[in-house]
Design a protein around this ligand. Sequence first.
Ligand code: FAD
Length: 309
Amino acid sequence: MHVAVIGAGMAGLTCASRLVEAGHNVAVFDKGRGPGGRMATRRVEHNGATFRFDHGAQYFTAREMAFQTQVRAWETDGIVAPWPAAKDGAWVGTPGMNAPIRAMAEALEVRFGTRIAGLVPERGGWRLEGEGAPDDRFDAVVIAVPAEQAAPLLAVHAPDFAEDARDVKSEPCWTAMVAFESGVDAPDTLADEGAIGWAARNSAKPGRDADRECWVIQANPRWSRAQLEREAENVGEELLAHFARAVGDLPPVLFSSAHLWRYAKCEKNDAGALWDAGLRIGVCGDWLSGPRVENAFLSGLALARRIAG
Ligand code: FAD
């Protein structure tokens, strides 16, 4: 089959890779500028210095055999490494969290910067609508985007799936990325300190430039929700103040920026993946399995298996 996959995060790329292995012809589309999704790594050039921040997922764990096997293969390829400072069994992408996503994307046909706005029936298959979308007819479509973004794509032709997506609520997460002139006097990670849900010395993760003191500071869901409509700059300053309250005096700041993840972590949902063999529309993503990288992988894998029948 000629299959379109919308969304090049862990779920979409896992599904796409397995479909290619099964002999399908797969094209992937993502609205982002580069590989990552919620496993993004931001690279910043500032005053002649380069800073990198994993501003989405911080680390991942591998509990199920299928994901453990995949993680071991990535470790052999040098694109993930253990990060015991976070917790036992924690892994990170190297040199950035997006490394496994990048590796999967490089092996596939992925068109970034393409936001898909809808599906149009075409000669027993589907055509994609959206700026930059191809004119191709696809035999099947996989939707691998967060629930809130999946619902409108499914509403017209797969209303039951859209309903499932509408039932899911995701928590937002305001995230500050801060580079300091010198070392912050604090452990590499801290959790649940006032408004801060989690903070980590990004530069302490394996494979990073340890000479750059880069921190990622994530607000907890409650605080993030209360600041949804605020300017990033103000939110970033406040998060930094909360961080100072938690760890004490901070060195001078070289760079800071804040990002709002509107749909950071979803409620748990156990369906795994959705597939309508008549319509040839499939859905995968963490929201069908659980709020973690591993769940996104398992959902993508489950969908590929269901499509393969
Ligand atoms: P995504 O990674 O969101 O991929 C979906 C892709 O679809 C995106 O690339 C997006 O650009 C694209 N897209 C959306 N709409 C469209 C459209 N209309 N057209 C084209 N493309 C579209 N998990 C852990 O395991 N450990 C953690 O520590 C952890 N921390 C987290 C912290 C934060 C701040 C966030 C945001 C997430 C965290 N997670 C963590 C969750 C983890 O990142 C996700 O569960 C996982 O990455 C989801 O993968 P996905 O493929 O389902 O979705």
